[in-house]
Design a protein around this ligand. Sequence first.
Ligand code: ADP
Ligand code: MG
Length: 480
Amino acid sequence: MPAPSSVPELLDRVRRSGLVPPDRLDGFVAGLQASGQAPATTAVLLDLMVEAGMVTRFHADKLAAGKYKGFQIGSYLILDQLGTGGMGQVYLAEHAAMRRLVALKVLPVFASEDAVARERFLREARAAATLDHPNVVRVFDLCQEGRLLYLVMEYVEGISLQALVARNGPLAVEAACHYARQVLYGLQHAHDLGFVHRDIKPANLLLDRAGVVKILDLGLVRSQADAAAGLTRKLDNRAILGTADYVAPEQAVDSSSVDIRADLYSLGATLYFMLTGRPLFPDGRTAQKLVWQQIKDPVPVTRFRPDVPPGLADVVHVLLQKRKEDRFQSPAEAFEALAPWDDVEVSPPPEEWLPQQPARVQAARAAAQTGGTARAGSTSQILTLAMRSESGVSRRIRASGGDPSSEASAIGSGSAIRRRANPTAETDAVCSDDTTRTPHNPRRPRPAEPERKRVPLLVLVAVCAAAAAAATAAVLVAMR
Ligand SMILES: Nc1ncnc2c1ncn2[C@@H]1O[C@H](COP(=O)(O)OP(=O)(O)O)[C@@H](O)[C@H]1O
Ligand SMILES: [Mg+2]
């Protein structure tokens, strides 16, 4: 359909698009005429409609290009495009009746006819439906509309860690550690349920307006059940690897058989990126990066960030070990190791860092009373307290005189005390580019580690309960 050449033609398309109720559109046009503001061009009319919150800029661009169909998928009205990825487009949408904002991940028609792509998409849906954790994006539904297959997800109004670093440069030490620990908290939950994410990277981690980091994109997730049935290998046949900058050495060789330790490497590369503003190997083509992940040591983090404490550089070093046996063996173990640098409150991102929502979206949010504008007693604070109290539990188990070679993995429902896979492995390899010091392996106790002040567990539980009660009260007030 060609672009509309006149205002009446555009109005006709808007009517046919179903974006605006007919009486509202008529009233709007009548109001413009009555106030002597009748638009002379289609562009002016579209600008006025965006300003009035009747359509979004996304709609206006499509309408200006002559497109007026396809804004409605099932019960959802598409409001904006949130992202494009390997698995299709992700849109911000509003449930027509409930007016709830959601994210829709739509598998393109051509891909939904491809058995492997379709199966992978279904696998993402099933995995996401199994996981239930504040640090993993929630999936509400899997729907089919004609030949379109789409996931209905929680809309995370936030900024990816990739975009955050691109916008502000490397993060403060405590912010980087706080975000990394949240990812580990979510990964431990996935691990407890037998999943490996396989595509942990800054672009798949969204920081929301309350300061909570959500793991996205379970498109490459591998479950123990799928692996046992040989499904992962079948689906992985077409060289799916994850992203070269963040992929673990063993995943570059055989993506189908990796375990949670591959996610720990990717998280290490993500933490490195948050601290330095650069990936492990910024130069080179994809094939070279994949080889370097296996054989080359990255420039030590402290070379770019001298303010990174040596103990934290050690943790990054262990996460990035080439041999999975030399890394931390579970997210809980890495979560524990990062605790010393996650001991101050990290503020939620300021409003100006978040995507600026068009008037149409703000109206939808106000109508649905969603979007979490209340920031006091933020989820981030509550989560931090929960994480700290859980890692406190873990420390207590260790301190209670258990076998020093066993590691308490106290995060997440199904966690158990796990023995280190390779307690005697030698991991103190010196990075090739750094001859100044030998990184300490944080999986072994650091000698003369200063005793950190600990908040008693009971106090934490009480604070958590109070915070939860306050949050509930706020919700009840908001609902009245
Ligand atoms: N639930 C969501 N809320 C907000 N934005 C999202 C959501 N899911 C995805 N996005 C955006 O869409 C982009 C692509 O989504 P992703 O799930 O990573 O798909 P792909 O498999 O195609 O990489 C993300 O980087 C993010 O910017
Ligand atoms: Mg992605």
